[in-house]
Write a protein that binds this ligand. Structure first.
Ligand code: ADP
Length: 273
């Protein structure tokens, strides 16, 4: 190939006096986008087909049996319900992802103190956390103001804290905090569970990427949560990443740009002649 690793489309046209013009178009990124679209559709189809196959299997078995016992009926109905819940979660996450990935996604951002953002997030998730017996510990946050979309932030904190609860169970507690980092506020959701091996750290934000598929499914995961988080944070002008050492928990960090403090009138005196 002309350049290793790149894909070219060749267009050739004959010249009137003989010879030909050859035009090369580098279509590497178009091909990559096309492949990613195909992979995504294959993944979605597979993820929907698995619970659907299970549902139709159990319904058929129930229908074949003329007088199924009440115990069997209840047991099968519970499995059918579990699988339809899974399809529900998947379609909800797919819709959420489509919305945040869309070029039309608009943030309804408003100025809010980092500390209030954190308190609101913890408060809105309190119900989910109380039931789990896990303790959320707030590690403090600065009073600086960031621009944030409240719904978007509920989704970001919700997904990160839900993951910390699901995967960090053995740790029993989650730490949520924020600090200033240059001109940004850096938020952290940390758990003390088994953590994530370094080779997976860079990939867990990809759609459908899961370290342990069976474990993720068992705990109701769709593999889309972190992809949704990434898009929302990036739409805010921030970035998100994970740090972990196997056996020592995982920490998810994301940043939001700080709104510069308005200079109070009294502070500008020294600039006056
Ligand atoms: P899922 O629905 O599977 O949780 P996510 O996109 O939220 O999908 O996460 C992707 C994968 O990253 C998970 O399947 C899991 O393997 C890994 N992961 C996410 N958060 C944690 C965590 N706090 N501790 C360990 N592994 C995690």
């Amino acid at each position: 190939s002309l350049v290793p690793g790149r894909i070219f489309e060749i267009n050739a046209a004959p010249m009137p006096g003989g010879g030909a013009v050859v035009v090369l178009h580098d279509v590497t990124s178009v091909e990559a986008a096309e492949k990613s679209r195909r992979d995504f559709i294959a993944n979605v189809s597979h993820e929907l087909r698995t619970p659907l196959t299970s549902i139709s299997g159990y319904v058929e078995t129930l229908l074949e049996d003329e007088r199924p016992s009440p115990e069997t009926t209840r047991e099968f109905l519970a499995i059918i319900l579990k699988n339809s819940n899974r399809m529900n979660r998947l379609t909800e996450d797919l819709l959420a992802l489509a919305s945040v990935e869309s070029p039309d996604y608009v943030l309804h951002a408003q100025p809010i103190r980092a500390s209030s953002l954190l308190d609101d997030a913890i408060e809105s998730l309190a119900g989910m956390v109380v039931d789990s017996g896990i303790e959320i510990e707030s590690g403090g946050a600065p009073d600086n103001v960031v621009m944030a979309d409240p719904d978007g932030m509920t989704q970001v904190f919700g997904n990160l804290i839900e993951n910390a609860m699901k995967y960090g169970k053995s740790g029993g507690r989650i730490r949520v905090c924020a600090k200033m980092a240059g001109r940004e506020v850096e938020f952290t959701v940390q758990d003390f569970g088994p953590g994530i091996a370094s080779e997976h750290l860079g990939r867990i934000f990809e759609r459908f990427y899961r370290v342990d598929k069976a474990r993720s499914r068992e705990s109701g995961g769709t593999g889309l949560g972190l992809a949704i988080v990434k898009h929302i944070v990036q739409a805010h002008g921030g970035h998100v990443w994970a740090e972990s050492e196997l056996g020592h928990g995982a920490a998810f960090h994301f940043t939001l740009p700080v709104v510069p403090r308005e200079i109070p009138v009294g502070d500008t005196e020294e600039d006056e002649p």
